[in-house]
Ligand binder design. Structure first.
Ligand code: NDP
Length: 406
């Protein structure tokens, strides 16, 4: 029995993880679950799974959770506050930690699991983007096993020779081809993008995901973050990563070798495949995913992305080339801008404008310590907020998108 902690259990990746775990009760035991504020869903998960521990990062939601569980005779130990996630990440009963919190909020618990030598299932790409060198050093020092959950990186991992270690390039690798669906606005003219709504941005054509990553997919920032993630994980340079728009999301990514071979991993677009792969690796287990019918799929198309239309991709490529704290700055500005877009404080095209302005003001520097990363993150968030809101209040009663300050 492998003990599993799922951090971010109420989210899209978290729920998919529980779905896979439910198919293999003889193999896995859910030890701990954690969320931010969603007491209702967490209470339901506690009653279904009876984990030893459950945590809410936002302690203001704890009274509601206690109320929901009152009279249930649950023996689950409840924790709350930001430190609670780190506590769950290092539990001796959990050999495997799914890092599925969204955004920079997942950084400390992901690092804690890496330091504790866990099998670390990394969905929280933002922690690698922000603090890649620190995370990889922690994995190497503790002997942790880092397994990617992003479908693209899982695909690349599956195309690498056995024995590969995170942070290194396998011999003979020429480059990686990172596929992108192109998101919901793949074929939308750039003139129409300023008026698109958060609802339209979150309606991804192929994947059902949380709101933040859905917007990132629509701007192609998600592909930019994945490019940074690929460089760190697979020890390649940004020029060794080619981004290919593949609207069907069947080929999840490819690896090209020096002898001219290109290996690809294919499958239905369903996160349960990479989750099951990482949970059971090096074995293979059933995931519940619909098997691929290539005759029905019929076509696999590939084309280059449009960098003029999707400026976030070019900004991420520049941050990948700059290295150091540049990806952390990019990530922080993006998180603030995406939230402002979701709150209808910013229009879709202004997401890139804000990030560009914050990146331009950043002083650079290297990732020497966690404090460096957290300082760059805090400063960039502040600059992004100033850029978006200036001195006006943070929410606009009309809900209408506002012009960003130039
Ligand atoms: P969701 O928005 O669906 O879920 C996010 C989870 O994180 C929820 O459990 C949420 O809790 C929790 N959370 C949010 N804020 C905090 C916080 N401040 N402190 C602690 N917990 C917090 O996100 P996704 O599942 O879509 O994505 C999770 C991660 O996986 C992201 O990094 C994303 O980029 C990555 N990923 C996602 C994929 C997908 O298919 N969804 C694919 C590949 C990667 P609560 O419910 O209480 O708010």
């Amino acid at each position: 029995m492998i003990g599993v902690a799922v951090l971010g259990s109420t989210g899209s990746v978290g729920e998919n993880t529980l779905d896979v775990l439910a198919r293999h009760p003889q193999r896995f035991r859910l030890v701990a679950i954690a969320a931010n504020t969603n007491a209702t869903k967490l209470a339901r998960q506690i009653l279904t799974w009876k984990p030893a521990y459950a945590a809410l990062a936002d302690e203001r939601a704890l009274p509601e959770l206690r109320e929901l569980l009152a009279g249930s005779a649950t023996r689950t130990r409840l924790l709350a506050g930001p430190g609670a996630l780190e506590e769950l990440a290092v539990l001796p009963e959990a050999q495997c930690v799914m890092a599925a919190i969204v955004g920079a909020a997942g950084l400390r618990s992901t690092l804690a699991a890496a330091h504790a030598g866990k099998r670390l299932l990394l969905a929280n790409k933002e922690s690698l983007v922000m603090a890649g060198p620190l995370l990889l050093a922690a994995v190497n020092a503790s002997g942790a096993t880092l397994l990617p959950i992003d479908s693209e990186h899982s695909a690349i991992f599956q195309c690498l020779p056995f024995g590969w270690r995170a942070g290194t390039a396998p011999p003979g690798l020429k480059r990686v081809l990172l596929t992108a669906s192109g998101g919901p606005f793949r074929d939308t003219p750039v003139e129409a993008l300023a008026a698109v709504t958060p609802e339209a941005a979150c309606a991804h054509p192929n994947w059902v995901m949380g709101r933040k990553i859905s917007v990132d997919s629509a701007t192609l920032m998600n592909k930019g973050l994945e490019l940074i993630e690929a460089c760190l994980l697979f020890g390649v340079t940004p020029t060794q990563v080619e981004i290919v728009v593949h609207p069907q999301s069947i080929v999840h990514s490819m690896v090209e070798y020096l002898d001219g071979s290109v290996l690809a991993q294919l499958g239905s677009p369903d996160m349960r495949t990479p989750i099951a792969h990482a949970l059971a690796w090096p074995d293979r287990i059933a995931s519940g995913v619909e098997f691929l019918d290539l005759v029905r799929t019929a076509r696999l198309d590939f084309r280059a992305p449009d960098p003029d239309k999707f400026r976030c991709l070019a900004l991420a490529q520049a941050a990948a080339r700059a290295g150091g704290l540049a990806p952390a700055v990019l990530n922080a500005a993006n998180e603030v801008a995406v939230q402002a877009f979701l709150d209808r404080q910013l229009n879709f095209l202004e997401i890139a404008t804000v990030i560009e302005a914050v990146v331009a003001r950043s002083g650079g520097g290297g990732v020497g310590s966690l404090e460096d990363v957290l300082a760059a993150d805090a400063e960039s968030r502040q600059r992004a907020r100033e850029r978006i809101f200036g001195s006006r209040p943070f929410s606009h009663p009309s809900g209408a998108p506002q012009q960003v300050r130039q």
